[in-house]
Design a protein around this ligand. Structure first.
Ligand SMILES: O=C(O)[C@H](O)[C@@H](O)[C@H](O)[C@H](O)COP(=O)(O)O
Length: 263
């Protein structure tokens, strides 16, 4: 048996969002202490909505509960090769759900979008995005891989995460930080994604998966040997120190994997 992640299951998304807030703000504080910034990468899908619910809720006023977006440097764990105002854009999704709703008092984050002038050349787009990561990380982490303070990821019905799909050759990419994919089984087909080594090097990784639609794949990922080789399963090898799943009761119905009571 390899490493096992933490599994949290909440009765509703409000409780999940509250716990996610606590978790993210602990990571914000650790990142600030570590290098004066909070470097985070986010997926698309349902995640931005849940994140907005977590972060835009009124806090309890304590210093530990203070969202300070001025410290945030946001990258996309994966992004679709579409204009930034296109309905398929993960940036647009994040902008609509979160960025445009941030009250001035919480500061404003730095957001790294894809360079849309390379729309017709996804490999070039991936290379440009990797350059942006290198600029951001190289000064402080002279290592072979960027070390994000936090990755906030979704989980697809086939066990994909970011735009890393089961049995896809991209799972074997070991050099690039950011890769291009032109045959994504989930539309749209052209995307860029963080590669598996970058994902697994993050200090903390949180999956957010809610609703009954996730229960079949969560059972496979968490309860079966087969699930360990799916993209989400490969990330889970980071173990409890690194990887946590934020789910609701619908998503873990029938899942035997042990749940943790509190953060
Ligand atoms: O751009 C994308 O397609 C996403 O980044 C993708 O990896 C997503 O996170 C999962 O498909 C889960 O999506 P849901 O949360 O909507 O189920």
């Amino acid at each position: 048996m390899g490493q096992q992640p933490n599994l949290y299951a909440f009765s509703d998304t409000t409780k999940l969002a509250k716990a996610l807030r606590t978790y993210v703000l602990r990571c914000q504080s650790a990142g600030s202490d570590r290098h004066g910034a909070f470097k985070v990468a986010l997926s698309g899908g349902s995640l931005p909505k849940t994140l907005a619910k977590a972060l835009l809720a009124p806090g309890d006023g304590s210093p530990a509960d203070r969202v300070d977006f001025s410290k945030w440097e946001i990258f996309f764990a994966d992004e679709r090769a579409v204009p930034l105002d296109h309905p398929d854009s993960n940036y647009k999704l994040l902008k609509d759900e979160l960025l445009d709703q941030i009250p001035t008092a919480l500061g404003s984050p730095t957001v790294h979008t894809i360079d849309t002038q390379y729309m017709d050349d996804v490999q070039e787009m991936a290379d440009q995005y990797q350059d942006a990561l290198m600029k951001s990380f190289a000064a402080k982490d002279s290592v072979k891989l960027p070390i994000f303070d936090l990755l906030l990821l979704g989980c697809g019905p086939d066990g994909h995460t970011c735009s890393l799909f089961p049995n896809h050759e991209l799972l074997r990419e070991s050099d690039a930080w950011v890769a291009a994919i032109e045959d994504s089984p989930k539309p749209p087909p052209k995307r860029i994604t963080l590669t598996l080594p970058v994902v697994t090097h993050a200090i903390k990784i949180a999956f957010v998966a809610t609703g009954e639609g996730k229960k079949d794949i969560l059972r496979v990922i968490l309860d079966t040997e087969e699930g360990r080789s799916l993209p989400c399963g490969l990330v889970n090898e980071g173990g409890a120190e690194r990887v946590s799943w934020f789910t609701d009761h619908g998503a873990v119905e029938g899942v035997g994997f042990p749940r943790r009571g509190s953060l």
